[in-house]
Design a protein around this ligand. Structure first.
Ligand SMILES: Cc1ncc(COP(=O)(O)O)c(C=O)c1O
Length: 394
């Protein structure tokens, strides 16, 4: 069939560029790639909390329909209120994933003649949502407040600013305070994706916005349950009007079967776990591991040239350089230019028993291919040391 031939041509192009995506099955390696920063997804504590929940086993196997038909429950609505309150917001609406939350929000929040200004490194789900919408969309340079202001000066209609509080591929943080001030100055609405800050920042893991006390300056926040919370799903939180608007206009909420009860119970238990000593311990261990990794990285200074991204423009031939993204989050990106280079380094690390993954184009821009290291509370000092050795001492 000619259509399959066409599809295959797309695959051949990817193979030629070294960017073919392949599924791989977990191989019991030391985890330096999952988003399970606090180890919740593997924790006995969360597992037991779920099975001991008085709601466990209630509510059937599937939710049986969309939230607007048969898939709603008092438990889902109570959970939305509970989560909103936890993050110091008025209301929340649960989506089946963080991806769906962004697609739903960004496809309907801005109307014809409005403008969405988005950080150049914003997540694919925000792009997909904007693509479904009809507003003007313009990128500003990553974390560049002056460039954002330039764009704000000429933006039309209602203006929205889309950022991540912690960037998924770089691990660095948005200058949220400055951005909130600019949003105020230009009467724009700030939308913050907290996917990688949820559970990691804030006293109880409320995220960056609450940590900085900016909750009243943000129109909507997106929290996801599939990363530090170890579960699945996402929520948009904000004003009650926003929730009602999304129920009516967010297509990725309206036209899909709701999450089943057992997923909701897991999310509730994960939020409860954030409020325990167990959480405090995991968070401390995570912070210690991030510091440990970074100090080992800096200890390489004697042997290598450190070229912090984005100033370093690639690696000079013959120089063993560390080209990394400055980040204090569990996401640490080591830039290794070229799809084949980064993939072969990732493979050699995996062969030694450590699961670190190469991120290649088109997920990241050309020249910014990287090993994306995710640190966790459960990684041991020895594992981290060996990982750094594998990264820099071959
Ligand atoms: C910044 C960001 N937003 C949203 C998502 C989507 O969340 P989920 O995995 O729950 O669909 C991700 C996950 O990759 C992400 O990194």
């Amino acid at each position: 069939m000619s259509i399959l031939k066409n599809l295959n041509q797309g695959l051949q192009k990817r193979i030629a560029e070294g960017s073919l995506r392949n599924l791989s099955v977990k191989k019991n390696l030391v985890d330096f790639c999952s988003n399970d920063y606090l180890g919740f997804a593997r924790s006995r504590e969360l597992d037991e909390a779920i099975t001991n929940s008085p709601y466990y086993g209630n509510g059937g196997i599937g939710s049986t329909g969309s939230r607007l038909i048969s898939g709603n429950s008092a438990f889902a609505e109570d959970l939305e209120n509970y989560i909103a309150k936890f993050h110091k917001a008025e209301a929340g609406l649960i989506f089946n994933s963080g991806y769906d939350a962004n697609v739903g929000l960004f496809s309907c929040i801005a109307k014809k003649g409005d403008t969405i200004l988005y950080d150049a490194l914003i997540h694919a789900s925000v792009h997909d949502g904007m693509r479904m919408g009809i507003a003007y969309t313009h990128a500003f340079r990553h974390n560049d407040v002056s460039h954002l202001e330039e764009k704000l000066k000429t933006a039309q209609g209602n203006i929205f600013i889309a950022v991540e509080s912690v960037y998924s591929m770089d691990g660095d943080e948005a200058p949220l305070k400055e951005m909130a001030a600019l949003a105020e100055k230009y009467n724009a609405a700030l939308l913050v994706d907290e996917a990688h800050a949820t559970g990691v920042y804030g006293e109880k893991g409320e995220g960056k916005v609450v940590e900085l006390g900016l909750q009243d300056k943000v129109l909507a926040r997106i929290h996801t349950f599939g990363k530090a919370l170890g579960c699945h799903g996402g929520i948009v939180i904000g004003d009650g009007v926003l929730r009602n608007y999304l129920i009516n206009f967010a297509r990725s909420f309206i036209y899909t079967t709701a999450l089943p009860m057992h997923s909701l119970i897991a999310v509730k238990c994960a939020y409860e776990l954030l409020q325990t000593d167990y959480y405090k311990q995991q968070k401390q261990k995570l912070e210690k591991n991030v510091e440990h990794f970074k100090s080992l990285l800096l200890a390489c200074i004697d042997n290598y040239q450190i070229v912090p991204y984005p100033k370093g423009e690639g690696l000079d031939e013959g120089i063993k350089a560390i080209n990394f993204v400055a980040s204090s989050s569990p996401i640490q990106a080591i830039i290794i230019e070229g799809n084949e280079n980064v993939k072969s380094l990732a493979l050699s690390i995996q062969q030694k028993g450590y699961d670190a993954r190469a991120i290649v184009g088109p997920t990241v821009p050309k020249g910014k291919e990287r090993i994306r290291i995710c640190l966790h509370s459960f990684n041991s000092e020895k594992e981290i040391k060996e990982l750094v050795t594998l990264l820099y001492c071959q």
